[in-house]
Design a protein around this ligand. Structure first.
Ligand code: ADP
Ligand code: ASP
Ligand code: MG
Length: 487
């Protein structure tokens, strides 16, 4: 046995490229054809492995179906199942013909039947066990991997759809699992490497994995980017290309700011800060597996593949300063304040944070006031009930005896973050940013500066969030600077 482990841990596949195609890049037969062409072009030059998302909106549809099943609304469940089958069968018809079409149709029908079985189980239980949800929701990626591999085959590229459940080993935090890298590495070397070495292109499902004892998990919404980076690290890839629907990482979300520019290069740290503060273009956990191995990542547009995209690297040439602004709606601010001088604010904060650490709720920003001994933190709205429940349980005595004021929640807020290497050294920058936001008459509620030297995070009133993003983008001339630096 020891011999075989040594064997699979041999030399890395030289020059391996991992390419990940997101939901819009897999969203129709035409898009799959383009993704297949892009894969083939690279495969002619170097070894490649592909990671695919479910077709756009499919994951939302699957999750909705499971909720309906839990509620016993079988009419809606059946309607959704029909739409799921229809969308993939239409794509099959446009991509394939002859026996390959028959085989793919059978594969799609089997996967839809598998999803249907889980939905019916959920209806009978009247609840959605997280483990069953993860098993069911990964069927979106299994469907798109099946279509992509079948089409590549038709085009003369030997390809194989691979369920990442057989490759990515995770902990058992269903819905937001974390990979166990050693085990994943062994499995990736055993399952994917022989395919790659035989010239077969693996088309791996994004988003999912399984615990060491085989229970299906997922990596969190938008997690296919993370799947791709996990595999890039596990296979010692030389590059990771993330194909999406915009020209790369921009100075701001193009859906909010009318004139953002593409950043030619950003550092791992900048990309991670942007992602953690809401830039959907990358899943927040994508960069972590790559940093140590310094595997470069490209964010590229599958709708305009000739454009260079953004390269994510350890260091960049661009001058220091604010480079991009990002935002997060759907967050809530929670404040705790002692109601008695006998209670130490620091101890309170420690206990509250301890309680939060036992939930999956993530603290996005934190501020405290030494004078009032109070502290305030920001969480995602969908994690708010769990956060409050945990804190109330941990501090029930203090709350009951009036040592602690009732917990205050403000869910009418949004987070804005300005990101750039070396920003801390820029004199007067914070002042300019606050003035720009205030000029728009947007209320600044909290400021969380200092935890990271490359981010200034500001909590503002929800209805002013987009306005504030545009104002900060203009004030820092982010678009112009990015365009200038590209020359
Ligand atoms: P995919 O399905 O390919 O994973 P996503 O929808 O998850 O794509 O992410 C791409 C989207 O991220 C873009 O369409 C864009 O609206 C959004 N986005 C948010 N912030 C940024 C940013 N700073 N740069 C580029 N895109 C951004
Ligand atoms: N399909 C999954 C989602 O929509 C994962 C991904 O697309 O990255 O969340
Ligand atoms: Mg995404």
């Amino acid at each position: 046995m020891a011999g075989s482990i040594k064997e699979v841990r041999g030399e890395a596949v030289k020059d391996l490229l991992i390419m990940k195609f997101g939901g819009t890049s897999m969203g129709s037969a035409d898009r799959i054809k383009i993704a297949a062409r892009l894969s083939r072009e690279q495969l002619e030059q170097r070894p490649v492995a592909v990671v695919v998302s479910a077709m756009s909106k499919v994951t939302d549809g699957l999750l909705d179906t499971l909720r309906r099943a839990e509620a016993g609304d079988m009419e809606a469940v059946n309607k959704n199942l029909e739409a799921l089958a229809e969308r993939h069968l239409v794509a099959c018809g446009e991509l394939l013909s002859g026996p390959a079409l028959d085989e793919a149709v059978k594969g799609v029908e089997e996967l839809v039947a598998e999803f249907s079985r889980i939905s019916h189980g959920i209806r009978m239980l009247g609840e959605r066990p997280p483990r069953s949800v993860d098993e069911a929701v990964a069927i979106g990626e299994r469907l798109s991997a099946l279509l992509m591999a079948a089409y590549l085959d038709k085009k003369g590229v030997r390809a194989k759809a691979v369920n990442a459940k057989e490759v990515i080993v995770t902990d058992s935090v269903f819905g937001n699992a974390t990979p166990i890298m050693d085990r994943t590495r062994d499995k990736a070397q055993r399952v994917l490497r022989p395919l790659i070495e035989d010239g077969i292109l693996p088309v791996v499902t994004g988003f999912n994995g399984a615990t060491a004892d085989g229970r299906p998990t997922t990596l969190g919404r938008g997690g296919s980017d993370f799947s791709a980076s996990i595999l890039a690290a596990a296979l010692d890839a030389s590059e990771l290309w993330i194909w999406t629907d915009v020209d790369g990482i921009m100075t701001a979300d193009p859906r909010i700011v009318p004139d953002p520019a593409v950043l030619a290069e950003v550092t791992y740290r900048e990309a991670a800060e942007l992602a953690y503060n809401g830039a959907k273009v990358l899943h927040p956990r994508t960069l972590a597996p790559l940093v140590e191995r310094e595997i470069p990542v490209w964010s590229k547009n599958s709708f305009a593949p000739e454009k260079p995209g953004t390269k994510i690297v350890p260091e960049v040439q661009a001058p220091p300063g604010p480079r991009a602004v990002t935002s997060m709606a759907g967050v809530a601010l929670v404040s705790l304040e002692p109601d008695s001088a006998e209670v130490s604010g620091t101890r309170l904060m420690g206990r509250a944070l301890d309680a939060l650490s036992t939930t999956s709720a993530e603290v996005l920003a934190l501020t405290s006031s030494s004078y009032r001994q109070s502290f305030t933190f920001l969480v995602r709205k969908d994690e708010l009930p769990r956060a409050i429940e945990a804190i109330e349980a941990a501090l029930s005595l203090e709350l009951a005896h009036g040592y602690l004021k009732p917990i205050e929640v403000d869910d009418n807020v949004g987070l804005l973050a300005v990101v750039g290497e070396g920003m801390r050294g820029a004199p007067g920058l914070a002042g300019r940013i606050f003035t720009a936001i205030s000029r728009e008459k947007v209320n600044i509620i909290a400021i969380a500066q200092g935890s990271s030297e490359l981010t200034i995070a500001i909590v503002v009133a929800r209805d002013g969030l987009e306005k504030a993003v545009r104002a900060v983008h203009a004030e820092c001339r982010m678009g112009e600077l990015a365009r200038y630096n590209q020359k």
